[in-house]
Every structure is written in structure tokens, then in C-alpha cells.
Design a protein around this ligand. Structure first.
Ligand SMILES: [Zn+2]
Length: 220
């Protein structure tokens, strides 16, 4: 704690997005840049089978920040984005209420080993820290290494995603689940995850993501 305070005092933490030294995790400049990506309402209608809640629109500074999180070893950004997502979720009066368990979309074990962390789990941890909702980090297990989705046609995406998950631990029949991921693109991944849960009588009441692609576009 002492060293953390001292480091903060000395401004020795470089911002993970731009490298400027900053007392906050993300420097003021990058925070302002990221805020331009924040959606006015976190609930996006007409996207898939479940209510979709997103903090921001996937593109520009937010797309770059998520890349820093995943590919430049900045797991601390995941927890922070989860906290931002929680604040916009709590501000939305139409959010589902009641007994809800948060389940991150898992990475394949090989990918997890490579990266060292699952960004969706970190986001879910930040989200649960603010909302107080219970987290089941192992609720779903990924059992097949899916190919990079952006290389595939829609039909191939669906085929590739089938049987990608199995039920893990921490969930019981009739639980209501909020699925958490970093980016929402076509919804294929969450649909497949939801099918796995539904086959065990566990229902999905919504999907939370840091960023959703603008409707009609297909980023990776
Ligand atoms: Zn910065």
C-alpha cells in the first residue's frame, strides 16, 4: 500500500494507452478520448436474442484501448472497463433485476496460457465489484479452440461455434445469468454460450460488454 501511494505521488505509472505518466490508471487525455466512445444509453435494442448492454461503441480510442488490454499485457484495463460498464448498467432503469450471476465468456485454455488472463473475466470482476452481483468465473468452459471468427463466413462462424462451450462450476439449474464479454460483434459467441446454459436449465437474462460494434458492421 505504501509503495503504491509513493508510486502515485511520484507519477511513475505510465498510462497503458499512450505511455504518458499519470497519477490515475488512464491519463486525463486518454480518458477524454475514451469518453467520446461512451454510448448515451447502455441498452442496445434489436441486437440478438438477449438484452445487450454496452458501455461504448467499438472503434477509435476504445478499440485501441481494448487492444492494449488484450495484446499489450494491460489486464488492469479490464477491471477498470468493468467498473465503467457497471456504472452505466446501474444508471439504466430497464436493466434486469433479481438474483443474477455474472458469467464471463471463457477463453480456450491454450489462449489463456498464451495471454495469461481472460479479459472477459477481468471485466466481469470489475463489474461485480461495483454492482455486488455474484460472479461465476468458471461457469462456462471453452472446449474447442475456435478459429479467428473474422476469417469466416456467417454460416462457418455458426458451425465453428457449435459445441464450443460446456457447463463448468458455480451454476445451478434455474439460475439467471448475465454473460460478460469484451466486444459484441455478431452475437454468435453469446448465442452459443446461452444454448449451452439453456440445455442445463440455466437462463440468460442479458449480455454485458465493454464495446459493441455499430450495427451492420463486422469488425473482428
Ligand atoms: Zn494516456
Amino acid at each position: 500500500m505504501f509503495w503504491r501511494s509513493l508510486r502515485t505521488l511520484l507519477f511513475v505509472n505510465p498510462c497503458p494507452c499512450c505511455g504518458r505518466r499519470s497519477p490515475a490508471l488512464i491519463c486525463g487525455h486518454c480518458q477524454r478520448q475514451l469518453q467520446t466512445c461512451q454510448l448515451k444509453s447502455s441498452l442496445l435494442n434489436g441486437r440478438g436474442l438477449f438484452p445487450l448492454f454496452a458501455w461504448g461503441s467499438y472503434g477509435g480510442p476504445l478499440k485501441r484501448a481494448i487492444a492494449h488490454l488484450k495484446y499489450d499485457q494491460h489486464p488492469e484495463l479490464g477491471v477498470l472497463f468493468g467498473q465503467w460498464l457497471a456504472e452505466s448498467w446501474l444508471a439504466n432503469p430497464t436493466r434486469p433485476t433479481g438474483a443474477i450471476t455474472v458469467v464471463p465468456i471463457p477463453l480456450h485454455p491454450e489462449k489463456l496460457k498464451q495471454r495469461g488472463f481472460n479479459q472477459a473475466e477481468l471485466i466481469a470482476r470489475g463489474f461485480c465489484r461495483i454492482t455486488g452481483l455474484p460472479l461465476a468465473p468458471q461457469g462456462l468452459i471453452r472446449q474447442k479452440n475456435t478459429l479467428a471468427m473474422f476469417q469466416l463466413s456467417l454460416a462457418d462462424r455458426q458451425r465453428n461455434a457449435m459445441n464450443a462451450f460446456r457447463l463448468g462450476s458455480g451454476l445451478k439449474r434455474h439460475h439467471h445469468v448475465l454473460l460478460c464479454d469484451d466486444i459484441y460483434t455478431t452475437g454468435t459467441t453469446v448465442q452459443t454460450a446461452a444454448q449451452t446454459l439453456q440445455s442445463h436449465n440455466i437462463s440468460v437474462c442479458g449480455v454485458i460488454v465493454v464495446a459493441a460494434t455499430p450495427q451492420g458492421t463486422h469488425h473482428a
